[in-house]
Write a protein that binds this ligand. Structure first.
Ligand code: MSP
Length: 510
């Protein structure tokens, strides 16, 4: 059972590759676990309230509802373009979500964990949050580099501080809960200081675009208290079967929103009496040559553009292979092209084309029956088993890059196996017919394994590979552990000729 979520993205900006990365990771995980025969629910969506969204709508000259509908649809369209197989798309302006937020507010208020009080503090309008002196960098907001404004007003507060001890114990008792470790340590360090209560309302006089507090109509809900609850409202909490079935979640986020997810969210859950999420999985940033990607730097790369230009699967592969989950990585089109040409066109594409080409040339496009395997053939079978074991170990651990690296080692191994077993020499000698059959069979069966393992990463290409290998859907649609049994490629089956899987990208010299 897996409930996997992405952050719900702010609709104040268009989708870019940062959003696309998290969403592709979630999709690859969802697909992987479905292939393992598990029940999966994959949720993504958009975060549509708050100051920033209101400003963006005003800048676009549109009524706010029309604006959020439009940008939310843009995100959806990008996810279609990237073959994202989400089960549920949540929007915080949906009545079902609003109802859950108000119910939770009422309940936590009634239990005494939300109280009314006055607070004066340094407020960053960009972050929509109060800062303490010690959080500032040279007196400026660490994110926006602007001077926060001192404001004093009456608001509602969530007794977050009350749960500090519980949270520290929980993190210590569950070392894997926030991962990778560096982010867990960062949060433990943060929790060494006293944890303040969280201001969870905004006066309507300042901001109208939010969910009204059910117990005081002068206020709307702070956007994070609203947004985090999407993970539950999407399961029809508290009474839905989905909630019973799928909670707790596996959350995926980047390090920018670590604090709300590692501090606010678990303490909110504790106050509600809901068990904590399963894991918080935190990745780093895609950096551009000029630093972080941002609208103001004008270096935003749209996922739809990349997919149209280089191919959806190529982009998905690049994301998962290039970034070590948890660390920052550099993005450039040159790096993407290099990966496509080296890993996909050359290594995998050539292996596939050569193997099928020889099967057509020497065996009329039919899978030959394997004879008695030589030592070299046996090594292929063993390497396939080792590779699959490595892949199945690393992939669910978010070690996508490692999983793919081990698969590419196998691809390299097979390319060398072709060279050393010299099928073109065997083909000249009728006495070696059996040997040639065996080599070809080992190549084709290995390709079936490779296609099976690549399904979560490159769904379309994996399907193309399986079609070229003559696998009917019935032979293909098994849980991975069954697919990965040596010998399931049936001799006698017809192969299919097709154009190259991954065309080389030619770069024009400037
Ligand atoms: N709306 C909040 C999240 C609420 S979740 C209850 C938000 N939205 S956001 O649009 O700013 O999206 C932030 C997320 O987008 C990051 O956590 C990450 O998943 C993704 N990324 C945005 N820029 C990124 C990079 N440059 N690199 C990697 N991921 C990035 O925060």
């Amino acid at each position: 059972m897996l409930y996997i979520t992405t952050p719900i993205y702010y609709v104040n900006a268009e989708p870019h590759i940062g959003h696309a990365y998290t969403t592709v990771v979630a999709d690859a995980c969802a697909r992987f676990h479905r292939l393992m025969g598990e029940e999966v629910r994959f949720q993504t969506g958009t975060d549509e309230h708050g100051e920033k969204v209101l400003e963006a709508a005003a800048a676009a000259g549109l009524p706010v509802k029309e604006f959020v509908d439009r940008v939310s649809a843009r995100f959806r369209q990008s996810w279609d373009e990237l073959d994202i197989s989400y089960d549920h798309y949540i929007r915080t302006t949906q009545p079902e979500h609003v109802r859950v937020v108000q119910e939770v507010l009422d309940r936590v208020h009634a239990s005494g964990d939300i109280y009314f009080g006055e607070y004066g503090g340094l407020y960053c309008y960009g972050c929509e949050a109060f800062y303490l002196e010690r959080d500032l960098l040279d007196g400026l907001c660490p994110d926006h580099r602007t001077k926060p404004t001192f404001i004093k007003e009456e608001n509602y507060f969530f007794r977050m501080g009350k749960y500090q001890g519980w949270l520290i114990d929980y993190i210590n008792d569950n070392p894997d809960w926030i991962r990778p470790e560096r982010y867990r340590n960062e949060m433990l360090a943060f929790l060494k200081e006293p944890l303040e209560d969280l201001c969870i309302s905004r006066p309507k006089s300042r901001l109208e675009w939010g969910i009204p507090l059910p117990f005081d109509e002068r206020y709307v809900t702070y956007v994070w208290f609203d947004a985090l609850l999407n993970y539950l409202s999407g399961l029809e909490y508290p009474f839905g079967d989905l909630y019973q079935k799928f909670w707790p979640a596996q959350h995926l986020i980047a390090k920018d929103i670590l604090k709300p997810h590692a501090i606010y969210w678990p303490t909110m859950l504790a106050a509600m009496g809901v068990p904590p999420y399963q894991n918080l999985n935190v990745h780093g940033y895609w950096q551009m040559a000029e630093g972080k990607m941002s609208k103001s730097l004008g270096n935003v790369v749209e996922p739809g553009y990349l997919a149209a230009r280089y191919g959806v699967d190529q982009v998905r592969y690049f994301f998962l292979r290039e970034m070590v989950f948890g660390l920052d990585a550099h993005f450039s089109e040159a790096a993407l092209i290099a990966r496509i040409n080296a890993d996909l066109a050359n290594d995998l594409g050539n292996l596939f084309a050569r193997s099928l080409g020889m099967a057509f040339k020497y065996r009329r496009g039919v899978v030959p029956p394997p004879g008695v395997p030589s030592q070299a053939d046996k090594e292929v079978t063993a390497a396939a088993a080792d590779t699959a074991a490595e892949f199945l170990r690393h992939f669910p651990n978010l070690e996508f890059s490692r999983a793919l690296a081990s698969l590419w080692e196998f691809i390299g191994f097979l390319n060398r196996y072709i060279v050393t077993s010299e099928p073109w020499v065997l083909a000249k000698d009728p006495q070696s017919a059996d040997k040639l059959d065996t080599v070809l069979y080992h190549l084709l069966e290995s390709l079936r394994w490779i296609a099976a393992l690549l399904r979560p990463v490159m769904p379309k290409s994996a399907l193309k590979m399986s079609e070229q290998l003559g696998l009917g859907l019935s032979l293909w649609d098994y849980p991975l552990p069954q697919t990965l049994q040596w010998g399931r490629l049936l001799p006698g089956g017809p192969l299919q000729k097709a154009p190259a899987l991954f065309p080389r990208i030619e770069v024009e010299e400037k």
